[in-house]
Design a protein around this ligand. Structure first.
Ligand code: PNW
Length: 486
């Protein structure tokens, strides 16, 4: 009998993989060491400390640049099958351009990959987790179409140097988040031009992804025997009530948040979702613009981007409710305005330490089923799922969160037939939580930021997760499941 058929316990198929994730800017530190260039997050946290919680930055972070062996030991103790990390573009190319490769950057990631190999942990590498070289931001960053060519150059350097040892690639982490928060809001580089620059950013990211995937497919797949995908974030959106208006609002919100980046790549027909196309075109017209604020792909671009994946990376943390917005289009355009929905959460949903994150395990199952139906049941790798709570080692709330979300995932796979290859917990250890500084802790390992050597200590959740990763089964000796998973 397969593991997952034993009736006493909930188990995952033996081929199902467990891992944990981090991102370069959030853990490495060493921001200006050994030839590394400046990133937009270096610049932003240095120029605007007042915008970051506690005025903190990631100059030191978790010091992981100096702790390759130590960090891989943490992974090895967890017994995970893979480690999802990201590569810092300005550590590899200090000016963002491929005529100047920083050899020490190459050495650092080679050492990490080699250490993982020695410990039988599969590397899963993200090419871009938000730390754009500042020099490219000077040219407009992701709003300038030329960036797609520069991203291809960067990707080529990565595939040439690491393609023989890294077999699983993600081009981008959460374009929705870095385009919306970075170019429409307050994250680095602080564009605050919602309804314009966020759409330009998204457009160029989708083009860049497609171009890198085609290069990979034509020049690298055979020799490297690797696979490539992209990670998108999808919080489940539930209609606030069963009314038709709320259902319509929820559907539109899903298309604006997830469909924006998923439809062009994963749908049969390609291109932006129709509701999004129609809404932004109509609003732009009513606002007196001669053309849509949402750019158009050429027919060739639609074809290049359509189907540019071997699997889908998925980040899922929480669930929201949607109801129709006012319907009034303001004179100052914005993405929120275009969605035209009121997004809330239920008071009774358990809170985490992050304002946006409440514990709603059943939303995970619905999310996976929605993707299965919308995009013909693609192979999915859960690239992030996790929760923040206050500091402390006895984190039973985190154990309950992971357990409840894994139960929902188990049901999605074995009851509903969703095609999920593996699960990644965010994060291996506490780290720099962007605008929230170090105030929000997601780690299985606690990091002591007061100590000289940034001591990592396993939490109860590390023990729980390593048991799951090693056995492939959810333990049956946890009795306090406080969350409903149906
Ligand atoms: C993730 N949502 O972003 C990022 O990929 C990580 O770098 C970050 O550390 C982690 O969140 C925890 O904050 C998200 O709307 C952005 O559900 C938005 C959502 C979820 C995750």
């Amino acid at each position: 009998k397969e593991r997952n058929e034993l009736d006493s316990k909930l188990c995952f198929h033996s081929s199902f993989a467990f891992g944990v994730a981090t991102a370069s800017f959030q853990i490495e530190g060493a921001w200006n060491v050994s030839g590394k260039g400046e990133s937009i997050w270096d610049r932003y946290t240095h120029e605007h400390p007042e915008r970051v919680f506690d005025h903190k930055n990631a100059d030191v972070a978790d010091g992981s640049y100096y702790k390759v062996k130590e960090d891989v030991q943490l992974l090895s103790q967890l017994g995970v099958n893979f480690y999802r990390f990201s590569i810092s573009w300005p550590r590899i190319l200090p000016d963002g351009l491929s005529n100047n490769v920083n050899e020490d950057g190459i050495r650092y990631y080679k050492e990490l990959i080699e250490e993982l190999r020695k410990n039988k942990i599969t590397p899963v590498a993200t090419m871009y987790h938000w730390d754009l070289p500042q020099s490219l931001q000077e040219l407009g960053g992701w709003t300038n179409p030329i960036i797609a060519d520069y991203f291809v150059d960067y990707a080529r350097v990565l595939l040439d140097n690491f393609g023989d040892t890294v077999k699983v690639w993600l081009t981008f982490n959460e374009p929705l988040t870095f385009c919306e928060n970075g170019y429409g809001g307050d994250d680095a580089p602080g564009g605050r031009s919602s309804g314009f620059e966020d759409y330009m950013c998204g457009h160029n990211v989708l083009r860049a992804h497609g171009m890198v995937y085609r290069m990979f497919d034509q020049k690298y797949r055979k020799i490297t025997k690797g696979v490539m995908g992209i990670t998108n974030v999808f919080p489940w959106i539930e209609p606030a009530t069963t009314s038709r208006e709320d259902q319509k609002a929820a559907d539109a919100a899903r298309q604006f948040m997830f469909g924006w980046y998923a439809n062009p790549i994963f749908s049969q027909q390609g291109d932006y979702p129709q509701v999004m196309r129609k809404a932004v075109d109509a609003n732009s017209k009513r606002q007196g613009f001669p053309r849509s604020r949402l750019p158009y792909f050429t027919a060739e671009e639609v074809e290049m981007i359509r189907g540019s994946f071997d699997f889908m990376g998925l980040n899922h943390y929480t669930t929201y409710l949607a109801a129709p917005g006012s319907g009034k289009i303001s004179t100052k355009p914005s993405y929120q305005d275009d969605i035209n929905a009121i997004i809330t959460q239920k008071d009774e949903w358990p809170k985490s330490n992050s304002t946006w994150l409440r514990v709603v395990p059943w939303g995970f199952r619905r999310c996976l089923n929605w993707i299965k139906n919308a995009y013909n049941n693609p192979k999915i790798l859960i690239t992030e799922n996790g929760v923040s709570f206050e500091a402390g080692l006895h984190d039973t709330k985190r154990v309950n969160y992971i357990d409840a979300y894994l139960r929902a995932l188990h049901a999605a796979i074995y009851k509903d037939g969703c095609h999920v290859l593996g699960y990644t917990y965010w994060s291996l250890m506490d780290n720099f939580e962007w605008m929230r500084g170090y105030s929000e802790r997601f780690g299985l390992y606690q990091v002591d930021y007061e100590s000289q050597n940034l001591t990592r200590t396993p939490r109860l959740s590390a023990k729980y997760f390593s048991n799951v990763a090693k056995t492939g089964c959810l333990p049956d000796d946890y009795t306090d499941y406080t969350y409903n998973t149906d």
